[in-house]
Ligand binder design. Structure first.
Ligand code: GLC
Length: 741
């Protein structure tokens, strides 16, 4: 009897196996499942999965059990749902999210583990919302402080960007939600993003603008890349043989999907042959309307299917695209190991607060005006940015936050139990628009008073205040750190310079908190004792800022970009129009923008030109002090650049705090010109008063290499190098020489 049962069961399991097709068998490898599914798909089904069917979704394969595929913005929170084929809000009641700090703040933490937490939290929110792909992170380099979307990116340095993007991608994808690293590549400004053709040396391309993407792909194992709107070598980056076929897929071995930016595809033949896998948003410029329900007319839609049936193409390119899309499905919507999603969990708010607290940068603190001692004091809070909702605006990354604590609310919350009086004065009026893309802020910021009246009111109140805390900066409205436009100037808008100068002249305890994603000119900075860079901090902005201002959090953020005095210190603005914003070609369809400063971006430029910026790349103060000393290595010569440096960090002050130790490398002699120094390692370290820690910083051959244009590869020339260590690019307190044999 027992034998018969065993026989029956094994027969039944064989039958079952025979029934379960390979592509549905989780015990089979993804590649086998991809091939099996591909072999079962019709031509129409293959065409369906490589282009959008709605604003943010593309088709699955219903007959085979593949669900539709949903993407959504953005890098710092999951966008509220829009209608099927409209940009307007769907008016859902279950899509209010946690708005995390924008990525400039994440980069300013210099803390890769936080980036992993961030990616995981965002992935859980995306899972809950049924999204298979988040359209982020953005890793375009800050070439100019006018860049409209810099707030969505990770700063000017390719190494910092590389180290911070990898854990974000891994954290996000650990939820079975694909990242879609953008905007690949050379989309470094906004005004003419659809028409710009970037002209750039191979060295600058590979040494500055590609490393963030390369790290995301090769180390982060990103499952998606978004092609950028602009052109390179006269081909749009959403279907570009150089950047997609050659560099991304061939050289880097990318096995994920290339998604077009919304409206970034422009040509059938290029879309077929030059590396595009999923076409979204055609007929729109990504921000405004286009042809309604154009999906059948997309390049990779019925037209492509017809061209195949007419024999203009085989299914070779189509099958390659579909393989990548199926691989994406098995990693996401068909992945049974995915965790559960959560929306607005306490852990996500904790993550947002942690990133805010560790990303806020204390730029200046003369006379230790900060932290504020509130007991028995009167604090005057000034500025529209103290009350304005900032989780909306900025373009496609705009969010519908479950809540947002403003800077004023944060201070009121944190001081509600202390005998401290808080007053408010508007100070200036900026953008009083109350809604973005259908998300209404519910705020009525209208104020008809004149700039003079507003300043006078603030100044009068400041005369009797113990502290004046000004929240100013930019506000993610057009031309003020927003997609689709670049800023026209580095100056603060809305008469803020005048306001700040007037307040500092009547109150010696004036603190300026700049809310932005970019540097701004601060001609008054010698008159203002304390200056804080506050970023776009999302849902917990007010708490993050109040905790730093009141000393509950000891600031440990360091600048991920150079804070120039003004545009005359910027490489991109030192070569006339041709370098920025570019020169229009005949017919004004394409504008050629030549990156004439080459590899000299950010501190690489100010070092080379011996310019002193307002605040240096890597700069960030603390409420305590540190000493970085005794840089050493076991060897002073290396054959492969794999070096382990040790350096001692001491907390020489009287409160616990974290410092960011940075290691820069100089190539003393080289056959090509090289920057004075380049960031090649860093570590954030927490220290108690008086405590010393020895930390280890490692490099590899890439840290010594430059892109050799002759051979099209990385090259390190033997000879002398110098390693520098410190806690800012302009505060390197120890060095050692070593030789590459
Ligand atoms: C936009 C943006 C891109 C965004 C996409 C979808 O134009 O450039 O970052 O993800 O369209 O909104």
């Amino acid at each position: 009897m027992k034998y018969r049962i065993t026989l029956f069961l094994s027969a039944f399991s064989l039958l079952l196996q025979a029934q379960t097709p390979v592509y549905l068998d989780p015990s089979k490898g993804i590649e086998d499942r991809v091939e099996d599914a591909l072999s079962r798909m019709t031509l129409a089904e293959k065409i369906d999965v490589i282009h959008a069917q709605s604003k943010f979704s593309s088709a699955g394969v219903k007959r085979l059990g593949f669900p539709d595929f949903w993407t959504d913005d953005g890098p710092h929170g999951v966008r509220p749902d829009v209608l099927w084929d409209e940009w307007e809000q769907a008016g859902q009641t279950n899509d209010s999210c946690v708005a995390f700090p924008a990525l400039t703040c994440l980069a300013a933490t210099w803390h890769p583990q936080l980036s992993s937490l961030y990616g995981r939290a965002l992935g859980e929110e995306a899972l809950y919302r049924g999204k298979g792909m988040i359209l982020g992170p953005g890793v375009n380099i800050y070439r100019t402080p006018l860049g409209g979307r810099n707030f969505e990116y990770m700063g000017e340095d390719p190494y910092l960007t590389s180290r911070m993007v990898i854990p974000y991608v891994q954290g996000l994808q650990s939820c079975g939600v694909a990242s879609c690293v953008k905007h690949y590549c050379l989309n470094n400004d906004e005004e003419y993003r659809h028409q710009v053709n970037v002209i750039i040396s191979d060295r600058a391309l590979h040494e500055i603008y590609l490393p963030g993407f390369e790290a995301a792909v090769k180390e982060g194992k990103a499952w998606g890349i978004m092609g950028a709107y602009n052109l390179y070598k006269d081909e749009h980056n959403c279907h570009n043989q150089y950047t997609l076929n050659k560099i991304l897929k061939q050289d880097w071995g990318f096995d994920g999907v290339v998604v077009s930016d919304w409206g970034g595809a422009h040509d059938l033949d290029q879309a077929v042959r030059n590396g595009l896998d999923m076409e979204f948003g055609t007929w729109t410029d990504g921000l405004t309307m286009g042809a309604t329900n154009a999906y059948d007319n997309y390049y990779l839609s019925k037209g492509y299917q017809k061209a195949i049936l007419e024999g203009r193409y085989t299914t070779k390119e189509l099958d390659e695209k579909v393989r990548r899309v199926l691989r994406l499905f098995f990693r996401t919507t068909m992945n049974r190991q995915r965790p559960y999603g959560f929306l607005c969990s306490e852990e996500h708010y904790v993550t947002a607060r942690l990133v805010a607290g560790e990303g806020i940068v204390l730029l200046q603190n003369d006379r230790n005006v900060l932290p504020i001692q509130p007991k028995g004091k009167k604090i005057l809070v000034v500025g529209e940015n103290a009350i304005k909702m900032m989780t909306v605006g900025g373009g496609s990354s705009s969010l519908k936050a479950q809540h947002e604590i403003s800077p004023l609310q944060g201070l009121q919350e944190r001081l509600k139990a202390s005998d401290c009086q808080i007053e408010f004065a508007r100070g200036y009026v900026g953008d009083v628009g109350g809604s973005y893309n259908g998300v209404t802020t519910g705020q009525d910021l209208k104020d008809d008073r004149s700039p003079e009246e507003l300043i006078n009111e603030a100044v009068e109140k400041a005369k009797t205040a113990d502290y004046v805390v000004i929240f100013g900066g930019l506000n993610k409205s057009d031309y003020q750190d927003c997609e689709g436009h670049d800023r026209k100037t580095m100056d603060l808008p809305y008469n803020q310079d005048k306001l700040i100068t007037a307040l500092a002249s009547v109150n010696k305890q004036t603190i300026y908190v700049n809310i932005s994603g970019n540097a701004v000119s601060m001609p008054w900075r010698k008159q203002v004792p304390a200056i804080v860079q506050g970023w776009f901090l999302g849902s917990e902005a007010g708490i993050g800022l109040a905790d730093v201002l009141l000393g509950k959090t000891n600031p440990s953020g360091h600048l991920p970009f150079t804070w120039y005095e003004n545009l005359s210190q910027v490489g991109a603005h030192s070569f006339g129009e041709a370098a920025f914003p570019g020169i229009w070609r005949e017919g004004k369809k394409i504008i050629d923008e030549e990156y004439k400063e080459g590899i000299y971006v950010g501190y690489r430029w100010t070092d080379m030109k011996k310019l002193k910026p307002a605040f240096a790349f890597g700069h960030g103060l603390s409420y305590t002090t540190f000493k970085v000393s005794n840089l050493r290595s076991d060897f002073d010569e290396t054959t492969d650049g794999n070096m382990t440096f040790k350096v001692d960090v001491t907390n020489t002050g009287d409160c616990t705090g974290a410092d960011v130790v940075q290691l820069y490398i100089s190539d003393v002699k080289c056959s090509v010109d090289r920057p004075v120094k380049e960031l090649k390692a860093f570590r954030k370290v927490m220290l108690k008063p008086g405590e010393t820690k020895t930390i280890t910083l490692s490099t590899d051959k890439r840290a010594l290499s430059f892109w050799d244009e002759a051979t099209g590869g990385w090259k390190a020339e033997p000879g002398e190098f110098i390693a520098w260590a410190g806690d800012s690019s302009d505060h390197l307190t120890c060095k050692m020489k070593f030789t590459l044999k």
